[in-house]
Design a protein around this ligand. Structure first.
Ligand code: GLV
Ligand code: MN
Ligand code: MN
Length: 498
């Protein structure tokens, strides 16, 4: 690994950038980062080395208490807002909005110890490293962990960051009912994290999230750092299938209105439509509940969740339409009623190109192999992108496995990601404006070619510019979210009983 941070920042055409790289020698303490990851991983620990800290459970509270204590230990000023997001701030030499990093510390019920936790604990590592070196950045720095990123207990996912960014009112969020019947606001109070800091939160100067990739791309290509270009769109629906309970031994097959069978057919339809669409389309039935769920009773009711994702909004809509068509046909064929409720709906998001470029250039300056790629999972950064220039850094996931106790990233890769995070944060905190460290092709028809003026650019430096729109330069995407307790929006009627 080379230590070439000064050099890389001279490749851009913004001379100021070079002056902002004031601490190229700083490195996080990899052992301390790993120790904290493992200690937090023991909170809600499960067999196989993973953890279960579903949002706002007692295990989540214990994880929050530990991380909040660490935040205070490293000198951060801690605030908790009305949706339980925790932000630790370190003042800068000048006042103003902080450069923020972070992620989440809630997990799915079969979680690993890195998903989300890495971004938060690497942020702490950055703060502690700066403190040990007596470095006070020009802008304040903040480390956040956002409530209920996973959405596994309370839909939608990225709930805390959505509320932070003003995409959902805090009262609406408090009324969301979880998969176990709990009301979100009540559990927030119960675990002691119903804070008083107002939502939406203060817009950071910029937001950068370090995360494990949770997919196989970096490992397959032998890359250490991912410069994340954006996040794919997410569509979550819950289907409720109403059939007729009946005797498993006496009911001829042609008399049945079998909710379990229909649920299985939905799972097949989701697989088939994703395969038929191909490309980036993915589709998952991750949760099926049957009633009465007994060996000798034809199921009267089934609830089935469907998760559809694509990087292309138009294709994602096509997938949703294909699902709706399949559901209607199925309802008619089996004589069941199927109603649909939206649990989450987020359009694809493109990150700020300047931050994507800065991550790529910083990774290369360390001598790492860097790949630009979109994120397959949902992330808090896609919500923060609504309010400030945002980006993400990925490190590899062994065999692409996550949401599984077997989730693993090599210690050296964790440290590499955290060191890149440190340099990116310091650069953003010191520069007069968000640095431009690479040139993009001129828009078609202008005749200009700024890329031609650049010499010594890192390999593969020039890429096509992404579409830009939204509330600030570089952010795209929006959302319509069906609040978790929202009502059914589509009902497909049963055909006449046979
Ligand atoms: C949440 O992180 C998701 O991608 O499901
Ligand atoms: Mn995550
Ligand atoms: Mn996750």
């Amino acid at each position: 690994m080379c230590n070439d941070l000064d050099k890389v920042f001279t490749v851009g055409h913004d001379a100021k950038v070079r002056a902002t790289v004031e601490h190229p020698e700083l490195r996080i303490d990899a052992d301390r980062l790993l120790r904290r990851l493992r200690e937090l991983g023991e909170v809600g620990g499960i067999d196989g080395g993973g953890c279960a800290r579903l949002a706002l459970t007692d295990a989540d509270r214990a994880g929050r208490d530990l991380v909040t204590m660490w935040m205070r230990d490293v000198g951060l000023q801690v605030s908790v807002d009305g949706i339980g997001n925790v932000v630790g701030t370190r003042p800068g030499r000048e006042p103003g909005p902080p450069v923020m990093c972070g992620s989440h510390i809630d997990t799915v019920a079969t979680g690993g110890i890195y998903d989300g936790n890495l971004g938060v604990l690497a942020g702490l590592e950055v703060i502690e490293t700066l403190a040990e070196s007596d470095v006070l950045t020009r802008r304040p720095l903040a480390v956040a962990f956002f409530t209920d990123e996973e959405g596994a207990r309370f839909a939608p996912d990225m709930l805390g960051s959505l509320v932070y960014a003003g995409g959902m009112g805090v009262e609406v969020a408090h009324d969301i009912i979880g998969i176990d019947g709990a009301r979100l606001g009540d559990d927030l109070e119960r675990i002691g994290y119903l804070g008083s800091t107002p939502c939406p939160g203060q817009a950071p100067y910029a937001y950068v999230e370090l995360h494990i990739e949770q997919g196989p791309v970096l490992e397959d290509h032998g890359d250490t750092i991912g410069a994340v270009t954006g996040v794919q769109g997410i569509s979550w629906q819950e289907l409720t299938i109403s059939g007729q309970a009946n005797h498993a031994g006496t009911t001829p097959m042609s008399y049945r209105h079998d909710a379990a069978y229909a649920a299985a057919r939905v799972a097949v339809a989701v697989r088939d439509l994703a395969m038929a669409i191909g490309g980036h389309q993915v589709g998952t039935v991750g949760k099926v509940d049957l009633y009465p769920n007994l060996v000798n009773v034809v199921a009267a009711r089934a609830t089935v969740t469907v998760d559809l994702r694509n990087t292309d909004e138009a294709v994602l809509r096509r997938a949703e339409e294909a699902l709706a068509g399949a559901v209607e046909e199925l309802a008619g064929a089996e004589g069941v009623e199927i109603s649909r409720r939206t649990l989450a709906r987020f359009e694809p998001v493109s990150f700020d190109e300047r931050i994507v470029d800065l991550v790529e250039a910083t990774g290369r300056a360390f001598g790492h192999s860097v790949r630009r790629l979109p994120a397959g999972a949902g992330h808090d950064a896609q919500m923060l992108a609504r309010m400030c220039p945002s980006g993400m850094i990925f490190v590899p996931s062994a065999r692409g496995i996550s949401h599984n106790p077997a989730e693993h990233t090599e210690p050296g890769q964790l440290a590499a990601g955290a060191d890149v995070l440190l340099q990116v944060l310091v650069t953003l905190a010191e520069a007069d404006s968000i640095p431009v460290v690479r040139s993009h092709p001129a828009p078609a028809g202008t005749g200009a070619d700024p890329g031609a003026a650049i010499t010594g650019a890192p390999p593969g430096a020039v890429v096509a510019g992404a579409r830009r729109a939204g509330s600030h330069p570089g952010a795209t995407g929006g959302s319509e979210v069906g609040g978790g307790s929202g009502s059914a929006e589509v009902t497909t009627s049963a055909r006449d009983p046979r």
